[in-house]
Design a protein around this ligand. Structure first.
Ligand code: BGC
Length: 445
C-alpha cells in the first residue's frame, strides 16, 4: 500500500489567479489589480480581472472538473478584498455567500477545502496605509482571520494563514511583484511583519474554537552550489539564508539566524522588531505546508538574471527540473528543526513557457514533459511515505492555467488548459494521467 488511508490527493489554485470577473460582487481592489496597470509590470500586459479564469462565475465548472479528476481535496484561497473590501471593518455579504457556496458544494462532492487566507492579494485600501510595511498589519490580518473563522470555522477543516511569505519581499524589496517597490529595508520589514501576522492568525484561530487544523506554507527552493569552489558554496549559502531560511528559521525554528541579523545590520536594512512579534510567530501550528518545485543550481559562472528584465516568475530556477529533490529537501527541513509536524505538499507542478497547442491529429495537448515531472514527483512522495515520513496530502499546482503573476498568461501550470478569450477549460493529457493515478492509488486503500 503506497498511500495511507485519508491521504489527500488535491489540486491547488488561488483567488487572485483564478477568480477574475473584475470587481463583480463588490470585491475591493487588491495590490495586484493596481500593480498590473503599471506598464511593463506583467509580461504580456494581462491582469487579474481578465487574465484569470472567471472562476467567480464558473466555479461549478471547476467543481465538475475536480469531481471527474477524482480529487478528494481542493486548495484554494479567499480574496481578502472580496469579503472585506477595505481590508478592515465592513464585511461584504456577497463575498461571504460566494465562499460559503463554494465550500458547501465541495464538501457535498466529497472534496475537502484547504483554505489559504492570504495568497498575495492585499486589499489596496490597506496598501494605502503602508501595506505590509506597517506594523499594524498584524491587527488587520487578525481581524480578517477572526471573521473567516467565525463565518467558516465550522465547515472548513484545513486552514493556511499565509502562502509563501517571500512574495512580500519580492513585492517590496525587489519590485517584481505587487506592490512593486525596490527597497531592501522595506522588503525586510514587510516579510518580517507578514510572519507576525501569520502568528496573529493562529492566535485568532485558537480563540475561535474552530475544530479544524491550521498551518503555514513556505516554499523551499534549495540552492545547490555548482562546484565546491568556496565562492559558489558561499553564494548558495547566502541565497538559502535569504530565500527560505529567513522564513523557516522564524516559523519552524526560534528566530532569525545570526547570519541574517549580522548581514542586515551591516547593510542597514534590519527591520524593527519586538519580542511580541516572535511570541506570535512561535505559536504552535498543526502542520507544515511545503511548496516544492525545484532545486536551484548556484555559482559564479552562472548568470542569474538580467537586472530589470527578469525575476519573480522568470527566475532561471524555473528551467531546472528536479522533482526527486523534494525528498532530500523535506528531510533537510525536518532534521534542521526536529520537525514532528504532519506535512502537506501544498504545491508542486510544472510550468510551461508559452502556448500549449493541441495536436491536430487527435486534438489533445500532449504535455508529456509535465507528465514526466509529475510522475517522478509522485514516485518521490511514495518513497517518502515508504520511509515513514508523515505526509498527509499532495496538491498539484494547478487545476488549470491561470494568472501567473508577473508572467501573466505566458506561463502555464495547469493540467487543464484555459482559453483566456472564452474561459473554456480543456483537459490536457496530464489531467487524464492524474485522474488515472489517483484512481489507481485509491483503489489500493
Ligand atoms: C505560488 C503560486 C504560483 C506558483 C507557480 C507558487 O510560488 O504560490 O501562486 O502560481 O508558485 O509559479
Amino acid at each position: 500500500m503506497k498511500y495511507p488511508k485519508g491521504f489527500k490527493f488535491g489540486v491547488a489554485t488561488c483567488a487572485a489567479q483564478v477568480e477574475g470577473c473584475g470587481l463583480d460582487g463588490g470585491r475591493g481592489e487588491s495590490i495586484w489589480d493596481v500593480f498590473a496597470r503599471r506598464p511593463g509590470a506583467i509580461a504580456d500586459g494581462t491582469n487579474p480581472s481578465t487574465g484569470a479564469c472567471d472562476s467567480y462565475r464558473l466555479f461549478d465548472v471547476d467543481l465538475w472538473n475536480m469531481m471527474d479528476l477524482g480529487v478528494n481535496a481542493y486548495r484554494m484561497s479567499i480574496a481578502w478584498g472580496r469579503v472585506m473590501p477595505e481590508g478592515i471593518g465592513r464585511i461584504n455579504q456577497q463575498g461571504v455567500d460566494y465562499y460559503k457556496r463554494c465550500f458547501e458544494k465541495l464538501l457535498k462532492a466529497g472534496i475537502e477545502p484547504n483554505v489559504t487566507l492570504y495568497h498575495w492579494d492585499l486589499p489596496w485600501a490597506l496598501e494605502n496605509r503602508g501595506g505590509w510595511m506597517n506594523r499594524d498589519s498584524k491587527y488587520w490580518f487578525q481581524e480578517y482571520a477572526a471573521n473567516m473563522f467565525r463565518l467558516f470555522g465550522d465547515i472548513v477543516p484545513t486552514w493556511v494563514t499565509v502562502n509563501e511569505p517571500i512574495a512580500t519581499y519580492v513585492g517590496y524589496g525587489q519590485g517584481f511583484f505587487a506592490p512593486g517597490y525596490t527597497n531592501k529595508r522595506w522588503g525586510n520589514q514587510a516579510r518580517h511583519n507578514i510572519m507576525t501576522a501569520h502568528g496573529a492568525g493562529v492566535e485568532a484561530f485558537r480563540a475561535s474554537g474552530a475544530k479544524g487544523e491550521i498551518g503555514v506554507v513556505i516554499d523551499i527552493w534549495k540552492r545547490i552550489p555548482i562546484s565546491d569552489d568556496p565562492e559558489d558554496v558561499e553564494r548558495a549559502h547566502d541565497e538559502d539564508e535569504e530565500n527560505w531560511k529567513f522564513y523557516t528559521d522564524r516559523l519552524l525554528g526560534s528566530g532569525y539566524s545570526q547570519y541574517i541579523l549580522d548581514k542586515f545590520s551591516r547593510e542597514g536594512t534590519l527591520m524593527d522588531m519586538e519580542d511580541e512579534d516572535f511570541r506570535l510567530s512561535n505559536l504552535p501550528i498543526d502542520f507544515y505546508g511545503m511548496n516544492y518545485y525545484n532545486t536551484v543550481p548556484v555559482g559564479k559562472s552562472k548568470v542569474k538574471r538580467v537586472a530589470g528584465e527578469n525575476g519573480g516568475n522568470f527566475a532561471e530556477d524555473r528551467d531546472t527540473t528536479n522533482p526527486e529533490g523534494m525528498a532530500p529537501v523535506l528531510k533537510m527541513i525536518m532534521d534542521m528543526y526536529s520537525l514532528k509536524l504532519p506535512v502537506y505538499i501544498t504545491e508542486n507542478g510544472f510550468g510551461h513557457a508559452g502556448a500549449e497547442t493541441p495536436d491536430p491529429k487527435d486534438g489533445m495537448i500532449h504535455d508529456d514533459k509535465r507528465i514526466n515531472y509529475l510522475s517522478r514527483a509522485l514516485r518521490t512522495v511514495e518513497g517518502m511515505l515508504a520511509e515513514g515520513m508523515d505526509i498527509r496530502g499532495y496538491y498539484l499546482w494547478s487545476l488549470m492555467d491561470n494568472f501567473e503573476w508577473s508572467a501573466g498568461n505566458s506561463y502555464r501550470y495547469g493540467i487543464i488548459h484555459t482559453d483566456f478569450a472564452t474561459y473554456r477549460r480543456t483537459w490536457k493529457k496530464s489531467a487524464y494521467w492524474y485522474r488515472d493515478y489517483i484512481r489507481q492509488s485509491l483503489s489500493h486503500l
